[in-house]
Design a protein around this ligand. Sequence first.
Ligand code: NAP
Length: 509
Amino acid sequence: MPKNAAIEQEDGYGLQISPPNRDRLNSVINPSSPPSGLFIAGEWVETRERIPVLQKYTGETLGTIAAAGPDHLESAVAAARKAFPAFARMPAHQRSAILEKASLLLRAHQEPMAKWIAMETGKALKFARLEAERAADTFHLSSQEACRIHGETLPMDAVRSGEGLLGFWQRKPLGVIAAITPFNFPLNLVSHKVAPALAAGNTVVLKPSEVTPYSAAFLCRILEEAGLPAGCLNLVHGAGSAIGSALVEHRGTDMITFTGSAAVGKAILARAGIKRTTLELGNASPVVIAEDADLRRAAAKCALGANYCSGQVCISTQRIYAEAKIAEAFMELLLEETARLKVGDPLDEVTDVGPMISEREATRVAAWIGEAKMDGARVRHGEERKGAVHYPTVLDRVKPGMKVVDEEVFGPVVSVIPCRDFPEALRQADDSRYALQASVFTRDIERAFRAISDLGFGGIIINDTPHMRPDHIPYGGNRQSGLGREGPRFAIEEMTRIQMIQFRTAYPN
Ligand code: NAP
């Protein structure tokens, strides 16, 4: 049977897979057991050195994965280099078809993928389902963008030196892309690098987080089944400080695309050399609540925005600046909404908030709260911790200089800060070395436009929290939040180079 004959597309999003074909697909993708090897030159490679992968809520071992050594990295980069020329020449419609098949396969396996995401991250299953769905969207969008990569002709005679020339520019793939990804969205953030890179005709060496490697491994299997030629996507597992660092310094790659912490991003930039580098880093996301806002709706949104994925989202609601007149009323509603969140086993359908990625991280968050309290902060809700589970926590009486205000908490902690008036709230919200996304709740159009003008963030959201990221938007930060933009169309711009062509058509006197 030819590959993918099992998938029949019903419409843009619908899928019809007959039971025998579903069995065949399941035996190929094997959703009950993720691949444990490295994926190099189209082969799954096991190694003697193993890395255990934990179920983050129970602490049980889900399995082990192969750790890559320097030789494996060499083979992965060599495979990507070898595959690049033919893949760059593959017609766009063929690359697009492979990505669309991958999108359909992701949709067909949304439920098992979501379960693996929930187990390896600790994220609540209902949100893991959203991530799996979004990854399918990211591949679908990238499939479409693969057929839209184009340049333009230039009016060469705009200057005297251009007379007699026909000029146009086009976009070419860069070559081998080194992709390094974090633990918190182990499928969709990998997809945001792999899908646009392939759409543009690049090949990839991927190093996912070693604590959440299975989603990336499944994705390799899915792309294999979708017909991606061997060597176009290579997967290496291992610690960032070893294999990640070696990948960054490898001279056989043409670009580094990194998502993770600002500290690691800075270290990567310092060692990357003259190589295109995009960085998607952290944030200490602010929300401004104007006195005219719908407070009940804003409080419900903020409670979820602060605790979604246990606050381990780069655009998690962390600092809430509320106009003084409504600050306490808003706080009461926020406390009510936060108390409604169900904390527990991420595989339980009712759970909103699961464990953090590790007990060490939960302990760090507790320590930051402790330091803030010593400095005058007050806990209005939460604060408990049981192992890796940190309960949603609301603070007030915080001030600049405290880590919970200045740094990225990356945990389920939010602070409410009363401000004299709306301009002062905007000023404090903007006063951060991070600038990824910020949001404002207001029903006043003038306030909304004032916020858009005053806030120097990569993205501004009106009447929702900063964690809004539909997958096709240009997404990325300013200041210490990063360099470059993602979202398939924009990632493709970063992952291609412009080539200019000039034809002499006449010889002016
Ligand atoms: P991290 O510690 O910076 O790690 C990210 C990736 O980099 C992991 O694969 C890690 O490997 C690897 N790494 C670590 N040290 C390295 C080095 N010296 N050289 C090369 N690679 C190295 O981040 P994380 O804890 O996984 O994720 C949380 C951070 O990601 C937060 O700051 C969050 O804001 C940020 N984030 C940003 C976005 C965005 O789009 N802006 C989205 C999600 C997350 P190992 O962990 O396997 O050792």
